[in-house]
Design a protein around this ligand. Structure first.
Ligand SMILES: NC(=O)c1ccc[n+]([C@@H]2O[C@H](COP(=O)([O-])OP(=O)(O)OC[C@H]3O[C@@H](n4cnc5c(N)ncnc54)[C@H](O)[C@@H]3O)[C@@H](O)[C@H]2O)c1
Length: 431
């Protein structure tokens, strides 16, 4: 099928490359001309395992093309995927202005019977909203339909998740259009759930809110473990063996972050309030999460006697999680900023972050490796679970640090082994 993908970000690029891999003819558009120029040459602007290979494969087979501008991509397409950003608005709601702009741009060029698909995370009612914008901007007379096909990929494993999803959700009032969208995934082995658009939109928010709830729940348990001298890691393992609970998202840490959970939880809360439902449980999830970021800063302060003023803090990891270059709403960036505000000298290393932390946390010093970040530090805080931090030469780390304190906000390291090496180790909910 001829597919257009609008937006060449994390979701758009993955969608475009994977659909090309599945045998479709894909045109992927962005407004960022420099990004498109790089993509045409096979240079991938984001860190995502396996993505560069698929993009090269698609370009070589001429099944994948990159263009500037949504209308150029949409004009020959049978199905158009909207994969643009839906950031958090000032009132917590999802900002649909990027989606609206794309709908206005593509409306005049859509061929009859095109299906426009919201893959961006959009609130309940957005399918109807896009349908209205399209018809007001000149489409629709020849039966252009709009569907919702939320994306559940995890950054860092986006390609694998796209090609091996747990489920494919398609929300559409028109059965024939839903079938056409499902045919795109013919070679993907996953259950396909066809629903009304509102339910499909809600499935995405409910899923992310549930995962965020799991994170806040295990963080609250970890905090309680610290108070009663239990070990949260053992507790999480003991819980996870229960198949009704499962192991995933039961890792105590600095609180959730990233480009999805915080904004999607805020949008669901906004939706609830607007619908007259007081979603107290979810408000609690947000509060626990914010307090968890603070708790990590408390641990750093406590490790150096109460104040970080003029203290050198080495940070390991800045991205919101490992195996991505994404710094959006990263707890590590929040923590770095707060430490800098309190007068700390912050020396950080992250293999995926590049130079961007300099803008996000002005004053931060970026280091070439984990050893450099730890050198002369009074305390090191491990904030992102990059695997390389497990395998460091910790004797070397200890000998070059000024202090001995390690705050392991990801519970990545073995407390007993670290203490044996002479570190004052603190994890999250760990004995
Ligand atoms: N990142 C994730 O892990 C993830 C997972 C599931 C769902 N989502 C959702 O998918 C959507 C996209 O997320 P993302 O992380 O890929 O965002 P992103 O910011 O990485 O990418 C969006 C891209 O759209 C482009 N764009 C904006 N307006 C455009 C226009 N008019 N024409 C062409 N291109 C335009 C931007 O330049 C950008 O490159 C969001 O709604 C997000 O919530 C994200």
């Amino acid at each position: 099928m001829r597919v257009a993908v609008i937006g060449a970000g994390y979701v758009g690029l993955t969608t475009a490359a994977c659909f090309a891999h599945l045998g479709h003819d894909v045109v992927c558009a962005d407004i960022d001309a420099e990004r498109v120029a790089r993509l045409k040459k096979g240079e991938v602007p984001i860190l995502e395992l396996g993505l560069a290979g698929l993009i090269k494969e698609g370009l070589a087979a001429r099944r994948l093309e990159f263009v500037v501008g949504a209308a150029t991509a949409a004009q020959r397409a049978e199905i158009v995927f909207l994969c643009v950003q839906t950031p958090q608005g000032s009132d917590g709601s999802a900002d649909l202005s990027f989606v609206e702009t794309v709908a206005q741009e593509i409306a005049p060029v859509l061929a009859p019977n095109t299906v426009v698909v919201n893959k961006s995370t959009v609130p309940v009612g957005a399918t109807r909203f896009v349908q209205r914008v399209l018809s007001e901007a000149g489409a629709g007379a020849e039966g252009v339909t709009v569907a919702s096909n939320p994306e559940f990929l995890r950054e860092g494993q986006a390609v694998r998740d796209f090609l091996n999803p747990d489920r494919i959700v398609i929300g559409c009032e028109d059965h024939e259009s839903a079938v056409r969208v499902s045919e795109l995934y013919k070679r993907v082995d996953a259950p396909v759930l066809v629903t009304d658009p509102a339910s499909a939109e809600m499935i995405k928010y409910a899923s992310n809110a549930f995962l965020a709830t799991k994170v806040s729940f295990i963080n609250a348990i970890a905090n309680l473990c610290e108070a009663v001298d239990a070990d949260a890691r053992e507790v999480a393992i003991g819980m996870g063996y229960d198949t009704r609970i499962g192991f995933q998202f039961l890792h105590p840490g600095p609180g959730y972050g990233g480009s999805c959970f915080p904004k999607d939880v805020a949008a669901l809360l906004h939706m609830s309030t607007a619908a007259g439902y007081d979603f107290e449980l979810l408000a609690g999830v947000v509060d626990v999460n914010a307090a968890q970021h603070e708790r990590m800063i408390d641990k750093v302060r406590a490790a150096v006697g109460g104040s970080v003023s003029e203290v050198t803090v080495g940070l390991w990891g800045l991205t919101f999680k490992a195996d991505t270059d994404d710094l959006r709403d990263s707890p590590a960036i929040y923590i770095a900023r707060r430490l800098l505000e309190e007068g700390a000298i912050v020396r950080a290393y992250d293999r995926g972050a590049g130079d961007r932390p300099r803008q996000l946390a002005p004053g931060i010093e970026l280091c070439g490796d984990a050893y450099d970040a730890a050198a002369s530090a009074d305390v090191v805080a491990l904030l992102t679970e990059w695997d390389e931090f497990r395998w460091l030469d910790f004797d070397r780390v200890r000998d070059t640090m000024r202090g001995r304190a390690i705050v392991d906000a990801r519970n990545l390291l073995d407390p007993a082994a670290m203490r044996r090496r002479g570190f004052a180790y603190q994890g999250v909910g760990r004995r």
